[in-house]
Design a protein around this ligand. Structure first.
Ligand SMILES: Cc1ncc(C[n+]2csc(CCOP(=O)(O)OP(=O)(O)O)c2C)c(N)n1
Ligand SMILES: [Mg+2]
Length: 282
């Protein structure tokens, strides 16, 4: 069964952004920066490409999605709500006792979550295993995975990519959220990343860099990746940490925020203005 496509992917991204912000404001703290930078990619995957729906979510023939940078969980939850996997009320319970929405995704708690993540490096390894399992079962479904640029410091990521390319996993598509920042500063100051595209190509993958702020560019890159044969595809996304929210983009470190009253007001104002522009509220 094909997924019902969302007509306007950039509008869908803004809806995801709105409900991501709402969760953080309710909770009072969280991984704002890295959640906001994956919103456009989630919109294109869940709005168009990912064949995973509330009806087929346990069908082994469906597509799989792994959020390897699990700290962006709230953006995934906003997406799962908008695609009908979870109830809206759940969004108000983020990370609270007995919640079905822990800050990092848990496949045993949340419908639509295919892999438990949060320990960086492990999600992409799991995704590679899922893609290999599907290959061995002679299925042609897709496995998509998002990793962070800082996450690439984990050696395990490169073991996974090498194994994926050795096994010619051409139904594995990896997205690198190149927002240029990690927990404690700019990625290039912590461990010089060199040219990601060249690195992934040298590991035996197809790779290209695209504008991760543009749903159109991401969509075109996925269409390109789907035609690739014999190797995994790695799409490097040029993004901004805190993407799409001025007050957060402007901060020098927005990895994990517990904003004071003043800043919370500013974030809420921006969130409400966004809601008005796109016609959603509460
Ligand atoms: C194995 C492991 N080490 C450390 C952490 C703590 N941690 C959470 S997010 C993060 C920074 C990751 O940077 P990046 O992948 O660039 O994330 P983004 O910029 O997308 O938020 C770190 C070190 C973790 N979750 N897992
Ligand atoms: Mg980063």
């Amino acid at each position: 069964m094909a997924v019902h496509q969302v007509k306007d992917l950039s509008l869908f991204a803004q809806e995801i952004r709105y409900y991501t912000l709402k969760q953080f404001v309710t909770m009072g703290f969280g991984h704002y920066g890295g959640s906001l930078s994956v919103v456009e990619t989630l919109a294109v995957l869940y709005g168009k490409h990912l064949n995973s729906t509330p009806e087929n979510k346990t069908d082994p023939e469906r597509d799989y999605f792994v959020l390897s940078k699990g700290h962006a969980g709230p953006a995934l939850y906003a997406t799962l709500f908008l695609r009908g996997f979870i109830a809206k009320e759940w969004l108000q319970t983020l990370n609270q006792n007995n919640t079905r929405l822990p800050s990092h995704p848990d496949r045993n708690l949340t419908p639509g979550v295919d892999m438990t993540t949060g320990s960086l490096g492990q999600g992409i390894s799991a995704a590679t295993g899922i893609a290999l399992g599907n290959r061995l079962a002679r299925r042609d479904n897709w496995t998509y995975v998002i990793v962070g640029d800082g996450e690439l410091n984990e050696g395990q990521v490169w073991e996974a990519v090498q194994m994926a390319s050795h096994n010619k996993l051409d139904h594995l598509m990896v997205f690198v959220d190149d927002n240029k920042m990690q927990l404690d500063g700019p990625t290039k100051d912590i461990s010089e990343p060199h040219d990601y595209v060249e690195k992934f190509k040298s590991f035996g993958c197809y790779s290209k860099r695209v504008d991760g702020k543009s749903t159109e560019a991401i969509d075109q890159a996925i269409e390109w990746g789907k035609k690739n044969k014999g190797k995994p595809t790695v799409i490097v996304l040029d993004t901004i940490k805190g993407q799409g929210v001025h007050v957060i983009e402007a901060m020098s470190n927005n990895h994990h925020l517990r904003p004071d009253e003043e800043t919370t007001k500013k974030i809420m104002r921006e969130c409400e203005a966004l809601g008005e522009r796109i016609g959603v509220s509460t």
